[in-house]
Design a protein around this ligand. Structure first.
Ligand code: TMP
Length: 191
């Protein structure tokens, strides 16, 4: 089973993945971008936000996704795999960048994933107040520096995309405390 943890920066998904990984060493934990040796190099370029072309950026995220599918998802198809981000970030961030068509993005992502979308997605939903507090407390990468309004737009696009595509999902209120979110996730995943 292939499960995505999705949400904008500082929503707490990485913390929740760590808590599950500590309890369940049998679960394969991975991420996009950067879950393969090629992905590590792609991630460095992508997080620097140095590409002039948003199409080049999208294609590099897609190349990372295709390599990740081949190297990590496919070989582990009989295990529980949790990925910190995936194609829904791909669609959400691209839509917020403007100039991209939803159906075209779905086709491109299907191509990268050989038609296999994740089985479930857990989306962490935050708000402006929490986002402001949490981003002030950390140093930001190039993409995060695009601003808080941009990030909330991404969040809305991810949420709408999940609903439009009919992917089984759990929406989490990311402003809740860490332990209660953890329990909600364990119940949903039945682990
Ligand atoms: P993170 O791994 O620290 O969350 O950083 C990844 C960044 O890349 C984050 O800002 C979201 C962004 N991103 C995209 O813009 N498109 C994508 O397809 C993916 C997977 C991530």
């Amino acid at each position: 089973m292939y499960i995505l943890f999705e949400g904008i920066d500082t929503c707490g998904k990485s913390t929740q993945i760590e808590l599950i990984a500590d309890k369940h060493p049998e679960i394969v934990i991975t991420k996009e971008p950067g879950g393969t040796p090629f992905g590590v190099k792609a991630r460095e370029i992508l997080l620097a936000d140095s590409l002039a072309s948003k199409r080049a950026e999208l294609l590099l995220f897609l190349a990372d996704r295709a390599e990740h599918y081949e190297e990590v998802i496919k070989p582990n198809k009989y295990k529980l795999v949790i990925s910190d981000r995936g194609f829904l970030s791909g669609i959400g961030y691209a839509l917020a960048n403007g100039d991209f068509d939803f159906n075209e993005l779905v086709s491109l992502n299907k191509f990268a994933l050989e038609g296999h979308f994740p089985d479930k997605v857990i989306l962490f939903l935050t708000d402006m107040k929490t986002l402001k507090e949490r981003t002030e407390a950390k140093s930001l990468d190039g993409i995060e520096l695009r601003g808080l309004e941009y990030l909330l737009k991404v969040q809305e696009h991810i949420k709408e995309s999940i609903i439009k595509l009919g992917i089984p999902h759990l929406f989490i209120d990311a402003t809740q405390d860490i332990e209660s979110i953890h329990q909600t996730i364990l119940t949903y995943l039945k682990v």
